[in-house]
Design a protein around this ligand. Sequence first.
Ligand code: BGC
Length: 368
Amino acid sequence: MPGPDRVPAHWQPLCERSRTLLQQHQDAGGAWPASPHFAPYRYSWFRDGAFIAEGASAAGLVEQADRFHTWCGQVLEREAPAVGRVVAMLAEGRRPDDSDYLPARYRLDGTRQLDDWWNFQVDGYGTWLWALERHLARAGRDAVRHTPAITVAVRYLVATGTDTCRDWWEENRDRTHVTTLAGVAAGLRAAVRLAVLPAELATAAGDVADRCVALIRERGTRDGALVKWLDGTDVDASLLAVGALYDVLPLDDPLVVATVEQVEERLTAGGVHRYEADTFYGGGQWPVLAALLAWHHARSGRTGRSAELLDWVVSTADDDLLLPEQVLPLLAPAVLDEWLERWGPSAHPLLWSHGMFLAAVATYAATG
Ligand code: BGC
């Protein structure tokens, strides 16, 4: 863990609990379920898992993060033929079916779950590359043994990274999402820096990453702030990742500054909502997003605001120090019952909440 002197004492129990929980719920093969007790989430998402691994790595769980990245590598190596088929179809101008693409989530044993989940979302593969580079740097490991998996992920993102797909929230299939473009750009740039790619693929990766960032700047803004999808109008709290996590725009870029202001004004009241029209479980406030906003403010030198947000995350833990996916207040209370009937109470604990808390605390401690 980061220097304890820099972490307020009242955050320590949740830091310790989060570390224990990530160890306890990691599958023997290295995968993390999004939530151990919520049936729809007993799968490993590349997005959730990459952020959990980032939190684990930042909190000193080096072996656990290693095991997750190894698991991802095994999945990707197994998926190489599927990626080859998608790349070939797109090169021939044929449109793959959504089931041809890589899924968002896998069974814990690394195999695909064949169902009608909202699977086509590419950000997780970029976020995985982003998290892998950070982990390897932190742990002083080189990337060579991950070369086959990195190559598969890069080939996939070079072919699909600027297409429409579902967003961080597994919605809006037919849009091109700004946060997703940022995740793709960050992942591709990380892969190029890891210096294990064949020269031609590295060049293509750099070009696609530049294209993602150009699209964000050209079509991903409105009135000087970032928007949820290209040519859109709405703000989304996931956009906080563009600067603070993915580093595809500088933290002090006027677009990032204006976006953070909008998230603070329109989506934040104690905790942080995903977006104004959210109805999932009534559209509550997400600890993951409060931690993300705290991460932004810590890196921007506003440690007081960062601490307030992390205090809020701590306040959402139950008596057993478990963090939920979301909490009250709701934006659309009338829709809550529909979800309760469908799936029962929402995910609790959500391991991404714990991973994001650990990662944000580490950032706070490093900058505070
Ligand atoms: C969220 C996703 C997340 C998944 C598993 C969904 O409800 O929208 O961002 O990956 O749950 O936690």
